[in-house]
Write a protein that binds this ligand. Structure first.
Ligand code: GLU
Length: 305
């Protein structure tokens, strides 16, 4: 059955921007009859903050964001990532890469290669060279791709294009890389609608490409993408934890109830306030969101106790 999802990293409390994206993902899923899944992207154990899963869930519930089925944790799904990498290996679609960040930065690159793209240094190593390099440092695994442009359709942004490059699918500490885990999880859990911040839009063509490679041509185009505007701070920069009171707990201390925050977030989307279910009435991802989403969220003066 088709589904949408919200996929936070449990690396601390959610801030207003994260919460608004989660509300939008819920609205998009529910308004299109999809299930809505919660997936913790907890592969980077160094960033995991104890207790934040529970706190994130409580905050989402306080705003009316509900989920179907069991919570999914990437840290419990290694077998699926291993299967996917084995399938890519069997087709010779991945190769070992020994480059450090520095090596990548300093490597000569082809004219017109996109900024940050992998320059291909380890693509053509001989077995002998690989053996030598293995003794020096552990390898990451990269996808072998043609540097061609791939385009996906986004409900809000229209066509989103990116030139493919050899993305990492397994990091050199052995952990599955972000792009691989997202693609495997989305596909295997029936996710066919991806709503997330627009900072991730440029990942969509690569992820669609990888999904097609792993699961067949139809899988390339089975996802509806909705990359939504981020909440900005007063300087017009993407909201962050350092911008003061931005989590539900911090706002509560200042006298803003979860209901008031929910209404401010809904207001910033031009949606009716009250409950999330009320906002769902008449919500259509393209029409509602194209009508104008405010980048800043204004909270009313708190009621003094
Ligand atoms: N875990 C990512 C984040 O917290 C989201 C990944 C995704 O939605 O694909 O920004």
């Amino acid at each position: 059955m088709s589904a949408g999802r919200y996929a936070p990293s449990p690396s601390g409390d959610l801030h207003l921007g994260n919460l608004r994206t989660a509300m939008l993902a819920w609205l998009c899923a529910r308004s299109t009859g999809r299930r809505f899944l919660l997936r913790y992207e907890d592969l980077d154990s160094g960033r995991t903050v104890q207790g934040s899963e529970q706190r994130q869930l409580q905050d989402l519930h306080a705003l009316g964001v509900t989920f179907d089925g069991a919570v999914i944790r990437q840290s419990e799904r290694y077998a699926h990532y291993d299967d996917a990498v084995a399938a890519l290996r069997a087709r010779d679609l991945v190769y070992e890469c020994f480059c450090t960040r520095r090596d990548i930065q300093d490597a000569p690159r082809a004219p017109h290669s996109p900024p940050g793209a992998y320059p291909g240094t380890c693509r053509h190593l001989s077995e002998r060279q690989r053996q030598q390099r293995r003794a020096e440092r552990p390898a990451a695994w990269r996808l072998r791709t043609d540097p061609r442009e791939v385009t996906v359709e986004d409900v809000l942004l229209g066509e989103v294009s990116a030139v493919l490059d050899d993305v990492v699918v397994v990091r050199n500490d052995g952990a599955p890389a972000y792009n691989l885990a997202v693609v495997v999880d989305d596909h295997l859990t029936g996710v066919d609608q991806v709503v997330r911040g627009e900072d991730l839009a440029s990942s969509a063509p690569r992820q669609a490409h990888l999904r097609g490679l792993l699961y067949g041509d139809d899988a390339f185009s089975e996802v509806q993408y909705v990359h939504v505007p981020l909440v900005l701070n007063e300087q017009g920069k993407r909201l962050a934890k350092r911008d003061g009171a931005v989590t539900l707990e911090q706002l509560e201390v200042q006298g803003h109830s979860a209901d008031a925050v929910r209404d401010a977030l809904l207001g910033s989307l031009g949606l009716p306030v009250g409950t999330l279910s009320a906002a769902l009435e008449g919500f259509a991802p393209d029409a509602t969101l194209s009508a104008g989403v405010s980048e800043q969220v204004r909270l009313p003066e708190p009621l003094l106790p």
